[in-house]
Design a protein around this ligand. Structure first.
Ligand code: FAD
Length: 483
């Protein structure tokens, strides 16, 4: 990887001539928001932030950078949580100006959008057409669809609709040499050779730059019911999940779980939060049933299913939202948990998944091992339980120095990820690898799989210019250390 010296500024002049001065940012204040990631764990540097207006300008910028051997970090909303969008030299290529909805196909139920469209705007466009784009996550007001696809984002709709990868029919991608691959077909069946889009989905900007996508739309649920459920343990939560799936099938559209500590810190720190159940419980589940009918079917189904679960002892107590406002308030308890953790000092985070049947084993083993390693630690394991995906977060012991606690991150990675590996899980469930887990992937990844990844990277980006050093590294250069 070559980061040009000031003498190589010619490439910036060429970019300015085509994109305009206003879209090749070099002032530190203009670049600052693009150089740091959401949690402030990584801060980088770049020669410029380049803001093309369309796929043609993206291709032009990539060609110019390829000729000058300048690394490129694609960036959407910069909400990623693994340091993947942070540059370490080269340029940031922001997709923010490619924000058009190109086409809506009502018959085919597809939406063709540009990569820089904000996820909430994509959802709104589907909604205005009377349909649903089900990808949903707490950053949806600022993350962009290209970033969602590049990270194969998950979120709260995976149980019913799948990950971002499952919601895509076609892609348009600018390759490392500046050519444009036009794979923008909206076909439900297309076995014409290798399914190339899956190479780019989830590749975190290391194989190509996504400029547009054909997305799948779904019928819009016309009623929903939300329940907040008190349980004695994660094992009881698993039993409830099994029972609800049996009772409701596809009507079960969310199954999120949080621990007692999680609910208590949301109630303590997030204004407007209301305790949903009279007594405290070890574990809470947020469950949602949806119905394509505009009647009370979802509410009646959820009430019956929870009544049966109380009857057979699986559930200790439950509350069901009586209005859309109450439903939203119950969801907010879960969605505000990430923010609430900030008030409890440092948090060491692990985004992992294990087979559903082993989820309770994982939680028991990982919590015990972490508490043994650091008594006083406050585990806060929550998340997309129905997908087998847990955000296994550890809040620092009360009174401990934050920096001293965060310095133990690598130690806890080993403890937690060893257990994940033993249980046949994944050390990276939905946020990706980026920089933060690059070495962990090297440590735990299947050697043959890692070799294939490196070969793919070398074939598609032989100069190692697209987001170099992220996910899999072609050179031995170590990634920048955590601050
Ligand atoms: P960025 O952060 O800009 O980029 C992410 C990665 O994708 C980088 O490696 C970047 O180089 C690459 N990239 C960006 N755009 C492109 C493109 N057009 N072509 C090629 N590569 C590109 N994630 C989940 O999966 N589930 C959640 O529930 C979830 N909740 C979150 C809640 C909060 C409050 C926050 C801050 C983040 C959350 N995230 C979640 C993480 C993050 O929002 C997602 O990873 C999101 O998909 C990133 O989109 P972005 O546009 O911000 O991408």
């Amino acid at each position: 990887m070559t980061d040009p010296t000031p003498a190589d500024d010619a490439f910036l002049a060429i970019l300015r001539a085509r994109l305009g001065d206003a879209h090749v940012l070099t002032e530190p204040a203009d670049m600052a928001p693009h150089l740091e990631e959401a949690r402030g764990l990584y801060r980088g540097s770049a020669r410029a932030v380049v803001r093309p207006a369309d796929a043609g300008e993206v291709a032009f910028a990539v060609r110019v950078c390829a000729e000058a051997r300048v690394p490129i970090v694609p960036q959407g909303g910069n909400t990623g949580l693994v340091g993947g969008g942070v540059p370490h030299g080269g340029i940031v290529l922001s997709l923010a100006r490619l924000a058009r909805i190109r086409a809506l196909d009502r018959v085919g139920a597809t939406l063709t959008v540009e990569a820089g469209a904000i996820l909430a705007d994509v959802q709104r466009a589907a909604d205005e057409a009377g349909m649903l784009f089900p990808l949903s996550l707490a950053a949806e007001g600022s993350c962009r669809i290209g970033g969602n696809l590049a990270t194969n984002a998950g979120g709260t709709g995976v149980l019913a609709y799948g990950n971002a990868r499952d919601l895509v029919l076609g892609l348009e991608v600018v390759l490392a040499d500046g050519r444009v691959w036009n794979g923008l077909k909206g076909l439900r069946k297309n076995n014409a050779g290798y399914d190339l889009k899956h190479l780019f989905l989830g590749s975190e900007g290391t194989l190509g730059i996504i400029t547009a996508a054909v997305l799948k739309l779904f019928p819009k649920p016309l009623s929903r019911a939300v329940g907040f459920v008190g349980l004695a343990s994660p094992r009881a939560a698993l039993r409830l999940l099994e029972g609800l799936r049996r009772a409701a099938g596809p009507s079960l559209t969310a199954f999120e779980v949080m621990p007692r500590f999680g609910l208590e810190i949301v109630l303590a720190h997030m204004p407007g939060s209301v305790r949903p159940l009279a007594d405290a419980h070890d574990t809470y589940a947020l469950v949602e049933f949806s119905s394509p009918r505009p009647d009370a079917a979802a509410g009646a189904e959820l009430e019956a299913a929870l009544a049966a679960a109380i009857e057979d002892g699986t559930v200790e107590d439950a509350a069901i939202g009586a209005s859309e406002a109450q439903n939203a308030a119950l969801w907010a308890l879960r969605e505000n948990l990430s923010d609430a953790q900030r008030y409890e000092g440092g948090s060491i985070k692990h985004d992992v998944s294990v087979p559903l049947a082993r989820l309770a084993d994982f939680l028991e083993q990982a919590e015990a091992a972490c508490l043994e390693a650091m008594p006083g630690l406050r585990p806060c394991a929550f998340g997309h339980f129905g997908d087998g995906n847990i955000h296994f977060n550890l809040s620092q012991p009360v009174g401990m120095d934050r920096a001293e606690f965060l310095a133990a991150w690598a130690r806890f990675n080993r403890i937690v990820h060893d257990i994940v590996q033993r249980l046949d899980g994944s050390i990276a469930a939905e946020h990706g690898i980026g920089l933060i887990k690059r070495d962990e992937l090297q440590h735990y990844g299947d050697p043959v799989g890692l070799d294939l990844m490196r070969r793919l990277k070398a074939a598609l980006d032989p100069q190692d210019l697209l987001n170099p050093g992220k996910v899999v590294a072609l050179s031995d250069k170590p990634p920048p250390a955590l601050p």
